[in-house]
Design a protein around this ligand. Structure first.
Ligand code: PHE
Length: 455
């Protein structure tokens, strides 16, 4: 363990920082769409089951690795299994988030730009065609998206540079409650619009006939992604959790916050999309193309209504993306500080430099260099597919195998139950351990094949 290492200041701080990572673009643009696509409430029920029965134990496994070792992801694996092939888990856990943060920040930059557009009342009088065009013309420009990328990534790295407690914890404790307030306001607003009922029905009408095998596998995949698993984040953040904290409680708190936010996001987004008579789809199109048109419809006769709805909405997107980006940056910074002896500020600058360089190519690939294909895909899409469908799943798989098959069962028990002192944890341990050892690897294989077949 490293001298003078910081810790989070208590349970609330732990849950807010972990939930900050979990709550992100995935909750805003994929969850609501999947719910509608695979049978409304029927999907939500399966999603809840998958989250709590499978993804949550995986989350606990990564937490055990982090808190047991109290080190950055590479140091953690090295200290628990010195000089072994498991080092791959450590390296992957640092490399994957470094790649992800590069293109995730491109989207973060878009949301920053759209927030500025909202302040300028740009969404007040646009039609559906213009709404599509606005986004298309912005992302195909060379400079503006790169400047926004630099600003977004720079802000995220600055928060990380300020420190674990002052920067990350301080930012999360303010921004997470703010996110919930914002999303509730938008949901109330959206559900009260004329024509909103279609969106509410889309989300809640249970239709078990739409809940296919693919739907179930997608629920599993989404809950895995949404809890930020397989990317070294839970390992790194948990290394700052004090030995007194109850890992079962902090993990559960994170999963519940993430789920709640995803559902609220559904009610903020889908009714608005339906009220505007737009086909729901998944991905950036939903929040950057469909919603601006909705905002303009709201503002007929009351321009401030459009502008304030747009401001609240893009503020939510920006903050949600930023708390996730911060967690990605921290994985690399913790590694550089603890293994390479860099100061926090210097380490943050290095991560900024690396991620920005890669991000520039990702950003250009939505416009000026979109014809430059890698395996038939623009660079941005290639990075996303490679990370989400391959690196994350491999990282997640190695993490559960590590805890289930490599670490000693007594050590896992000891860490999970705080030396056997937590009765509830002792009780659920056999179930959690069984899932980590047998069910989780199988679940990850299912997600892999589902994604693979989906391509
Ligand atoms: N849980 C995040 C989300 O739903 C996934 C993620 C975390 C992605 C951190 C990137 C960085 O968006």
């Amino acid at each position: 363990m490293h001298q003078g290492r910081e810790s989070f200041g208590g349970r609330f701080a732990v849950i807010m920082t972990l939930a900050g990572s979990a709550i992100g673009l995935g909750n805003l643009w994929r969850f609501p769409y999947l719910v509608g696509e695979y049978g409304g409430a029927a999907f939500i029920i399966v999603y809840i089951l998958m989250s709590f029965l499978i993804s949550l134990p995986m989350f606990m496994a990564e937490s055990v690795i982090g808190r047991r070792s109290r080190q950055n992801a590479i140091g953690a694996v090295h200290s628990l299994a010195p000089d072994s092939g498991w080092a791959l888990l450590g390296y992957l856990s640092v490399i994957t988030p470094m790649i992800i943060v590069s293109y995730y920040s491109v989207v973060g930059g878009w949301s920053l730009n759209f927030l500025l557009k909202s302040f300028a009342f740009e969404f007040n009088k646009i039609g559906p065609e213009e709404s599509l065009g606005l986004f298309g013309s912005f992302i195909s420009k060379p400079w503006a998206p790169i400047i926004c990328l630099a600003a977004f990534l720079g802000l995220s790295c600055t928060v990380v540079a300020l420190g674990v407690k002052k920067g990350i914890e301080g930012f999360s404790k303010v921004s997470l409650p703010l996110l919930f307030v914002l999303v509730v306001i938008i949901a109330i607003y959206a559900c009260s619009m004329p024509g909103a009922k279609g969106g509410v029905d889309f989300l809640i009408k249970p239709d078990f006939s739409k809940l296919t095998g693919r739907g179930i596998a997608s629920a599993l995949g989404q809950s895995f992604y949404s809890l930020s698993l397989g990317m070294g984040i839970v390992i790194t953040y948990s290394s700052y959790v004090s030995k007194k904290e109850n890992l079962a409680v902090s993990s559960l708190g994170t999963a519940i916050s993430d789920l709640l936010f995803a559902c609220l996001a559904g009610f903020a987004i889908m009714p608005a999309v339906f009220a505007a008579g737009i086909e729901p789809n998944s991905g950036p199109g939903l929040i950057f193309q469909s919603l601006p048109y909705t905002f303009s419809k709201m503002g007929v006769g009351a321009p401030w209504a459009s502008a304030s709805a747009a401001i609240f909405f893009f503020m939510t997107v920006l903050v949600a993306a930023m708390t996730s980006a911060i967690s990605l940056v921290e994985v690399g910074v913790a590694y550089l500080v603890e293994e390479k002896g860099l100061r926090r500020g210097t380490a943050s600058l290095c991560v900024f430099g690396g991620a920005f360089t890669l991000g520039v190519f990702a950003s250009l690939s939505t416009g000026p260099i979109q014809d430059l294909k890698i395996f038939g895909k623009p660079f941005f899409d290639f990075l996303d597919l490679f990370c989400s469908n391959f690196l994350l799943l491999l990282g997640g798989m190695l993490a559960v195998l590590f805890v289930g098959w490599k670490m000693k069962k007594e050590d896992v028990f000891d860490e999970f139950t705080n030396g056997g002192t937590k009765a509830f944890n002792r009780k659920i341990f056999p179930l959690v351990y069984g899932v980590i050892k047998y069910v989780a690897p199988l679940a990850l294989a299912i997600i892999f094949f589902n994604n693979f077949l989906g391509e």
